[in-house]
Unconditional design. Structure first.
Lengths: 321, 279
């Protein structure tokens, strides 16, 4: 083998050819007949993960889809006689429609408030000249490390009858009876906001970081006021991040279970709670599967509409921080 | 950094942005601070006002057998999840970044899916799966579920770093006759270490924190830390729950912070040693 040959020359202008040339040189010392970046090797690398995801993600969703056509006999028992009863019940019973509507409404309200509130910190972190900007970003990551359950129940200490707000207001003599703030839809939305704001802020921030700052200077040097520069340059260029944030917040809020459970009353239960009760308390598996598939399809449609226009990469950027 | 010309309107908007930013940060941390403060409260009720400083709730936790059991369960599940998920994630990220193969894009989407599908659905899915296969609900199901849940985040973190590592280093090693495994172990892995450490911590916390899906997956009678907290909250909020929450915050925030600091100082130390060696 001719070691002196310029194999790993960086900056080789014929980048496309490089791979194949390299292949010829590197074959020694490796499995015979395999190319350097052989797709068989890639498949070997992903095989365990693929197996895991097929068995524990795709197969269950498939089985769930089949289960929606099974017949519910009694709690915990169902027969594999195929029927449309579950779908019929879901489509005609307004009890289920109410849950669906409320879940979409709470998800949408949460996502929109997140966007309105979250844009400001994202913009601030991006534009500030503060030297320890990393600290502001770190503080946004820290909530991800704190257990979601703890972050949720901590609101009981704020909103509850013996929470900060009620105790303070009573001490100040502004109210005589504690305000019923906990176990309301407002409390549920508050808890969801608390959980989802960091997602929104990070998504918008990542998008803002991608903006070429000279564009804004250019707009201003051409006579834009700072408001115009924001409206015409910064805001439009940050919209992909905002949209990704909206999608994530909506999907996560609409799929939530713990928050309504801890901060809402029975009336504030969302679709996730309905699914949990149907399966774990009523042991009605076919109906539980039907409801799960409904939620899955609903959120899948929202996500598909989004990726159709925005692509997957924005979500991945957001998730990756 | 570019300096922007600020007109009066702009300065006003900037102040408003700063004020809202401050409010959002207060909103994010006030409940947590309140919980930590209440965990040291002497009062028997889990609420304000603060009546005195006491560590009795922490002492009580140490004798609470269900809590200790839940802690042990969560701990080992999180450790195994972190190890397995990181190994899988590094392999997947390597394949996705370095290779071209048919179905790559579809697979890339599939890997992210567990992060996007609501946990309730993933939870029901695995239960239906073992019911269809008439298998008992064991701790292994919980473990597999956690691995699946942590996988997307690990892959994304490792992938982001892998993209930044030039493949020419590995190719140089290979061209000099190194077997693939050694090239990976000696060249790629050391360059990847910060991302691997981040992935381990991330997978650990995701598993340790998981609530909704774990409620579905846990075998009868087994509690993880978050489900234990949920069942304690069923009665009402107590100072003991606040103390337990504070301990968990210390674990899940403390481990990444301390881990990050150790990693940073190790990198610095190594740099210094290398510089000395070169000098």
């Amino acid at each position: 083998m001719d070691i002196g040959a310029p194999i790993a020359q960086s900056g080789n202008p014929t980048g496309v050819d490089r791979g194949s040339k390299l292949d010829d040189k590197i074959r020694i010392g490796m499995t015979k007949g395999w190319k350097l970046y052989d797709s068989r090797l890639a498949w070997a690398l992903i095989a365990p993960t693929l197996l895991l995801l097929v068995v524990f993600l795709l197969l269950p969703i498939l089985i769930m889809a089949v289960y929606t056509f099974f017949t519910f006999v009694t709690a915990g028992v169902e027969s594999s006689a195929l029927t449309l009863d579950n779908w019929n019940e879901f489509l005609t019973d307004s009890y289920y429609h109410g849950f669906l509507f409320k879940t979409v409404r709470v998800g949408a309200i949460t996502a929109i408030i997140c966007a309105l509130l979250g844009y400001f910190p994202a913009y601030f972190i991006w534009a500030t000249k503060f030297r320890h900007k990393w600290l502001l970003l770190l503080l946004l990551i820290v909530p991800f490390w704190i257990s979601f359950t703890i972050r949720t129940f901590s609101w009981i200490n704020i909103l509850g009858e013996q929470g900060v707000i009620n105790v303070a207001l009573i001490r100040l003599g502004l109210i005589s009876e504690p305000l019923p703030m906990l176990y309301t839809e407002g409390a549920v939305i508050m808890g969801l906001l608390h959980f989802l704001l960091p997602y929104m802020i990070l998504n918008v921030y990542v998008s803002l970081e991608g903006i070429d700052r000279t564009l804004i200077s250019a707009a201003q040097s051409m006579g834009c006021t700072s408001a115009q520069a924001f409206r015409e340059v910064t805001l439009p260029l940050s919209l992909p991040g905002l949209a990704a944030g909206l999608l994530l917040c909506f999907v996560l809020a609409a799929g939530s279970y713990v928050t309504p459970q801890l901060l809402g009353s029975g009336r504030d239960a969302l679709f996730g709670n309905l699914i949990y009760d149907t399966i774990m308390s009523q042991l009605n598996w076919p109906m539980g599967a039907t409801l799960s598939i409904v939620l899955f399809v609903l959120l899948g449609c929202v996500a598909a509409t989004y990726t159709r226009y925005m692509g997957m990469s924005q979500i991945m950027k957001g998730l990756g921080g | 950094m570019t300096t922007y010309r600020h007109d009066r309107e702009g300065r006003w908007a900037w102040r408003l942005t700063g004020a809202i930013t401050l409010l959002v940060y207060v909103f994010l941390f006030a409940p947590i601070v309140a919980t930590i403060a209440l965990s040291f409260n002497a009062s028997m009720f889990g609420g304000f006002p603060l009546t005195g400083f006491s560590l009795q709730w922490y002492a009580k936790l140490l004798t609470n057998q269900p809590v200790l059991d839940a802690f042990r369960t969560s701990m080992w599940i999180a450790l195994v999840t972190a190890a397995v998920t990181t190994a899988l994630g590094v392999m997947v990220a390597f394949a996705l970044v370095r290779f071209q193969f048919p179905g790559k894009q579809a697979f890339g989407t599939l890997v992210i899916l567990p992060a996007l599908v609501p946990e309730t659905i993933l939870g029901v899915g695995l239960l239906v799966l073992i019911k269809a296969a008439s298998q008992p609900r064991t701790i292994w199901l919980l473990l597999m579920g956690h691995i699946m849940l942590a996988l997307p985040y690990v892959v994304l973190v490792v992938q982001a770093r892998m993209i930044g590592i030039s493949r020419t280093y590995e190719e140089a090693a290979l061209s000099l006759g190194a077997p693939r495994v050694s090239a990976f172990r000696e060249i790629t892995l050391p360059l990847l270490i910060p991302a691997v450490a981040a992935a381990v911590l991330l997978a650990f916390t995701i598993s340790f924190d998981n609530t909704s899906a774990s409620l579905f997956w846990r075998p009868a009678g087994v509690e993880t830390m978050p489900t234990q907290i949920l069942s304690m909250l069923k009665i009402s909020i107590s100072p003991e729950v606040n103390a337990l929450g504070t301990v968990m915050i210390l674990v899940t925030v403390g481990i990444p912070l301390v881990g990050g600091l150790i990693l940073q100082s190790l990198t610095r130390l190594r740099k210094r040693v290398v510089e000395k060696g070169n000098a």
